[in-house]
Ligand binder design. Structure first.
Ligand code: C2E
Ligand code: CA
Ligand code: CA
Ligand code: CA
Length: 278
């Protein structure tokens, strides 16, 4: 038995070792990805449930690895968060989104708001100034860019988080709370933060309209968000049934495969030009 335990342990530590190596390799390659221009932004439209029109888009990071192929952000963002590389990735994302918006504006496209995801690690006192500098460099209005943040940031709850948010809002930027319902913040608690948009997590949208619990959660989120005068975006909407249910609840926007997957800039541009509607 002792030997079994020993070999199980050896096996376990061998596996740990493999994972640590894989982690390290990803980190090294991710650094190179920035230099070698392997990163790209995809855009996923947000559509108004009232007008059926595109009213925004979320910029989502993609990594085209020369050997691994398309690596999912679900794989590399956590590594970037752990290593701190997320700071460089995050600046690249904001820079690229602004560059693209400027290019579209110069081409006379009527631009909806483009949302960028922010990691909690990017959220420090220097953030508003860094963001302002990028906007200015590209001649992009702050109203043109929305920042998506997650609940973990609110739970950290420091006063300076609220102060930083207020500064961004004072500049003219809108803040959205991402993946709402998956963390620990209650709706009542949300009042403290200058957040204009709530995004209902896909986890609750998936079960609509058949799972009673998901319906109850979606209904509660929409009702209370309306009282707080926040816009509500449902994430991960894949079916017409989900859309009808959300529309009846009074949800404002949907984002999901039902309308479009995240697509390269050129495809999103085409949707805007053609006035694609729900
Ligand atoms: P997220 O911010 O919650 O982004 C939404 C995710 O849901 C995206 O996954 C999107 O492709 C996916 N999605 C959208 N509609 C549907 C649908 O109808 N069905 C299904 N099954 N999925 C849908 P993606 O692009 O793989 O990104 C995963 C996560 O990686 C994002 O979740 C976000 O947390 C993170 N991420 C992506 N880009 C960035 C970035 O630039 N910065 C940071 N900090 N995080 C990012
Ligand atoms: Ca997001
Ligand atoms: Ca989300
Ligand atoms: Ca999500």
């Amino acid at each position: 038995a002792a030997q079994n335990i020993e070999s199980a342990f050896l096996f376990y530590s061998e596996e740990m070792n493999q994972r640590a190596k894989e982690h390290l390799r990803l980190e090294t390659e991710l650094r190179l990805a920035l230099v070698n221009r392997e990163l790209q932004l995809y855009y996923q439209p947000k559509v108004s449930l009232r007008s059926g029109r595109i009213v925004g888009a979320e910029a989502l990071l993609r990594w085209r690895h020369p050997v691994r192929g398309l690596v999912s952000p679900g794989v590399f963002i956590p590594v970037a968060e752990e290593t701190g590389l997320i700071l460089e990735l995050g600046s690249w994302v904001l820079e690229e989104a602004c560059r693209q918006v400027r290019e579209w504006k110069d081409a006379n496209l009527i631009m909806p708001t483009i949302a960028v995801n922010l990691s909690a690690r990017q959220f420090d006192q220097g953030l508003p100034a860094r963001v302002a500098a990028v906007l200015e460099r590209h001649g992009v209005q702050p109203e043109q860019i929305m920042l998506e943040i997650t609940e973990s940031l609110l739970v950290r709850g420091a006063d300076n988080v609220i102060a930083i948010m207020n500064e961004l809002v004072a500049m003219g930027m809108a803040l959205a709370l991402d993946d709402f319902g998956t963390g620990y913040s209650s709706l009542a608690y949300l009042k403290k933060f200058p957040i204009s948009t709530l995004k209902i997590d896909r986890a609750f949208v998936t079960g609509l309209p058949y799972e009673e619990n998901d319906c109850a959660i979606a209904r509660a989120i929409v009702t209370m968000a309306q009282q707080l005068r926040q816009e509500i975006v449902a994430e991960g909407v894949e079916t017409a049934e989900q859309m009808s249910f959300l529309r009846e609840l009074g949800c404002d926007q949907l984002q999901g495969y039902l309308f479009s997957q995240p697509v390269p800039a050129a495809d999103f541009e085409r949707m805007l030009r053609e006035g694609k509607r729900l």
